[in-house]
Write a protein that binds this ligand. Structure first.
Ligand code: 5GP
Ligand code: ZN
Length: 138
């Protein structure tokens, strides 16, 4: 695990993450700089820089988990739509080089954005993580 990878640190419990869900291959937590409330990331537990070096099974595991997380976001937050984004390489806009998928609640009239520089308030991130976690169907 690269020591300077913030997602590896969250997975290892060495950095604070507002965790929504965890299974054998994936971890889901709140984006610390949400573009809208409920901006969620699903990451592989193993470190891969991006889709080009990732194991196909790990990517499949993120995809499988995304259906449950998407439904939980819909159920908890009732957005009109849900953006699913996955960026590979700096030229594509990737900023954290550990494979992950964004799930971003969307509503009519909002500007289409993937990144924000404004950190979420810890209490808001914690509350959002709890709401989405609670809405995951077993
Ligand atoms: P990318 O641009 O690589 O697709 O997305 C990386 C995401 O990670 C960005 O949306 C950014 O806000 C988020 N991020 C950056 N640093 C942290 C952090 O320390 N914790 C969490 N939970 N998210 C982070
Ligand atoms: Zn990593």
């Amino acid at each position: 695990m690269p020591e300077d990878c913030i997602f590896c640190q969250i997975i290892a419990g060495d950095a604070k993450g507002y965790i929504v869900d965890e299974d054998e291959y994936t971890m889901t937590f709140m984006d610390a700089f949400p573009v809208v409330p409920g901006h969620t990331l699903i990451v592989t537990k193993n470190h891969y820089d991006n889709i080009l070096d990732a194991d196909a099974e790990a990517i499949a595991a993120v995809g499988r988990r995304s259906t449950s997380i998407a439904k939980a976001i819909k159920s908890a937050l009732q957005p009109e739509g849900l953006g699913v984004f996955q960026l590979n390489g700096a030229a594509a806009g990737q900023t954290v080089f550990h494979y992950h998928m964004h799930l971003i609640p969307r509503n009519d009239g909002e500007q289409l954005e993937i990144h924000s520089r404004i950190p979420g308030a810890p209490e808001d991130l914690a509350a959002m993580a709890a709401r989405i976690k609670e809405a995951i169907e077993p």
